[in-house]
Design a protein around this ligand. Structure first.
Ligand code: OOG
Ligand code: NI
Length: 455
C-alpha cells in the first residue's frame, strides 16, 4: 500500500553518502578501502571454505558495503535526536558500553539493524558515545562546557521536519528519503571553524581531549569509518607500505583458526587545521582516524566470560606502554592465555560457547533421534553467527590510541546505564537476546523443513 522507501534502503543510501563524504575529507580512508578490498579478494580466493561459509550465511554480498562509524555527542537532547534520526534508517541502540572503566568520560551504545534480514542487507553501525560532564573534576569548566553545548543545534531544520514526517507517516517516500539523507549528512560533517576561543579549547583539552573534541565544534563529526576485512593481520602488515602507521597492537582476541568476536586496529589519519574564535593564526586538532576490523562468531555468555578471563589475564601479565613498547610480549601473552579457548567451530557449538544459525541441507528425512544426529548426517548445517557489536575494552584501546597513547589503562567502573537510557529516551536492546532469537528461529525453521518438528 505505501510507497515508502524501505528503511534498509535508506540506510544503504546514508552509509554510501557517509563513505563518499569521508573519502573526500580523509584521503587515507580511500587508500584503506582499496587495501581491504584487495586483501579480502585474495583471502576468499585462497580459502574456498571461507568463501562458501560466507555465501551460505548471506554475508559475502554485504562485505563490500560493510562498515561502522563513530560519533561523540554532547547532550541528552542530542542523543535522543540521534536515536530518532537513526530509527528512520532501521538502526536501533544495542548494548551499553561503559568506557569509564578505561578512564574515559563517556558511555556509549551502538546503533545498528537488529533483524537477520536487515543485517544481511546492510549492517551499517554507528558507535555512539555521550560525554559525561559529571566525571569532569573541574566543576566550573564542566559548567562552561554545558553552557556551550546548550547553544548548538546539530540537526538541520530540514532533517527535523523529515524525522517528524517519518514518525507520523511510518516512513518516507523515495524523494523525501533522498532529501533526508542529504540533510542527515550535514550533522556528521567536519567543521574547521571552532565555536570556542583557543583559550577555552586549551582548558577543555586539559580536562580531557575528548571533552575538547565534543565541545569545541558545531556538531558530532564522524571520527572514523571502518571497513571489515577477512584478514586483519594481512592488512596491518601491508599498511606501512601504503604510508599508514597502525597502532601498536590489534585489540581483541588473538589470531585464530575459528575467529571469535572482533579484532580491531586503528591509525591516526589526520591533523586538522582549526580556526578558533577570535584567533588570527590557525590552530590544530586531531579528530579523525582510520580503523579496520575483522569479525568472528558471536559468543554465548559462557564463551564471553571465558573471553573476558583470558583477555584480563593477558593484559595483567604483559602491559603495553604509551609508545607501544611491550607489544610483542603482549601478543605472546594473549596467544598463551587463549590456548584455553577452543578453536574449532564444532567444539564452540557443542560446548555452548558460541551462537550459530541453522539451515537444512535438502528436504525432509526420516525422524532423527537428535539435532546432533542430523548435523552428523550432514542434513542440518550450523553456520557461525557473526558478532555484530563492539567490545568495551577494545573500544577503550581505540579511543586511547587516537587520543595520542597506546597505553592500556584500567580504572574502576562508574557505569550508569540508567542515566544513559534516560538521556536516550529509550532502553538499549540486549545483544544476547538478538543472537539467541536468531539461533532459535533458524533451528526451528530448519527442523520444520527437514520434517523434524518432534525435536
Ligand atoms: C569510538 C572508539 C570505539 C570501536 O570500534 O570500538 C570504536 C570513538 O573514538 O569515538 O570505534
Ligand atoms: Ni570503531
Amino acid at each position: 500500500m505505501t510507497d515508502h522507501m524501505h528503511p534498509d534502503d535508506i540506510r544503504t543510501l546514508f552509509s554510501r553518502a557517509m563513505s563518499d563524504m569521508y573519502r573526500a575529507e580523509v584521503p587515507q580512508y580511500g587508500a584503506l578501502i582499496d587495501l581491504v578490498r584487495a586483501v579480502n579478494a585474495a583471502t576468499l580466493e585462497a580459502d574456498p571454505d571461507l568463501a562458501a561459509q560466507l555465501d551460505a550465511g548471506g554475508e559475502r554480498a554485504r562485505l563490500d558495503v560493510e562498515r561502522h562509524g563513530a560519533i561523540r555527542l554532547g547532550t541528552a537532547e542530542e542523543l535522543a535526536g540521534i536515536r530518532r534520526m537513526f530509527a528512520v534508517m532501521g538502526m536501533y541502540p544495542v548494548g551499553y558500553y561503559d568506557l569509564s572503566v578505561a578512564g574515559l568520560p563517556v558511555h556509549s551504545t551502538a546503533f545498528r539493524p537488529i533483524t537477520p534480514e536487515a543485517l544481511a542487507r546492510n549492517p551499517f553501525r554507528v558507535f555512539t558515545s555521550l560525554i559525561r560532564l559529571e566525571l569532569v573534576e573541574d566543576r566550573a569548566l564542566a559548567e562552561t562546557a554545558a553552557a556551550i553545548l546548550a547553544q548548538r543545534r546539530i540537526f538541520t531544520p530540514g532533517a527535523l521536519t523529515l524525522i517528524d514526517r517519518a514518525e507520523a507517516e511510518g516512513g518516507l517516500s523515495a524523494a523525501d528519503a533522498r532529501r533526508f539523507v542529504a540533510e542527515a549528512l550535514q550533522t556528521f560533517r567536519w567543521h574547521s571553524e571552532a565555536t570556542v576561543s583557543s583559550e577555552t579549547y586549551a582548558a577543555l583539552h586539559e580536562a580531557h581531549r575528548l571533552i575538547a573534541d565534543v565541545v569545541s565544534f558545531r556538531g558530532p563529526h564522524i571520527n572514523h569509518l571502518t571497513p571489515r576485512t577477512l584478514d586483519i593481520d594481512a592488512v596491518q602488515a601491508a599498511m606501512p607500505r601504503r604510508g599508514i602507521t597502525p597502532k601498536a597492537v590489534v585489540e581483541g582476541p588473538p589470531r585464530r583458526r575459528a575467529p571469535i568476536l572482533l579484532r580491531q586496529t586503528s591509525f591516526k589519519a589526520l591533523e586538522e587545521t582549526v580556526r578558533f574564535q577570535g584567533a588570527a593564526a590557525a590552530g590544530r586538532h586531531t579528530a579523525r582516524f582510520g580503523e579496520i576490523e575483522q569479525r568472528g562468531v558471536a559468543l554465548k555468555p559462557a564463551g564471553r566470560a571465558l573471553y573476558d578471563r583470558c583477555l584480563a589475564a593477558a593484559r595483567a601479565s604483559a602491559p603495553v606502554g604509551a609508545d607501544g613498547s611491550g607489544g610483542a610480549a603482549y601478543v605472546a601473552a594473549l596467544e598463551a592465555r587463549f590456548a584455553a579457548f577452543p578453536d574449532d567451530a564444532a567444539r564452540l557449538r557443542r560446548d555452548g560457547l558460541a551462537y550459530f544459525r541453522y539451515r537444512p541441507a535438502g528436504g525432509a528425512v526420516p525422524p532423527a533421534a537428535s539435532v546432533e544426529a542430523l548435523i552428523e548426517a550432514g542434513r542440518l548445517i550450523a553456520d557461525p553467527q557473526t558478532y555484530e557489536d563492539f567490545l568495551p575494552v577494545s573500544a577503550a584501546g581505540i579511543f586511547q590510541s587516537n587520543l595520542g597513547s597506546d597505553a592500556q589503562s584500567n580504572y574502576s567502573a562508574a557505569a550508569n546505564r540508567e542515566a544513559f537510557e534516560t538521556a536516550l529516551g529509550a532502553q538499549v536492546t540486549d545483544a544476547d537476546r538478538l543472537y539467541r532469537a536468531a539461533e532459535k528461529q533458524s533451528l526451528r525453521r530448519a527442523l520444520a523443513a527437514l520434517g523434524q518438528d518432534h525435536l
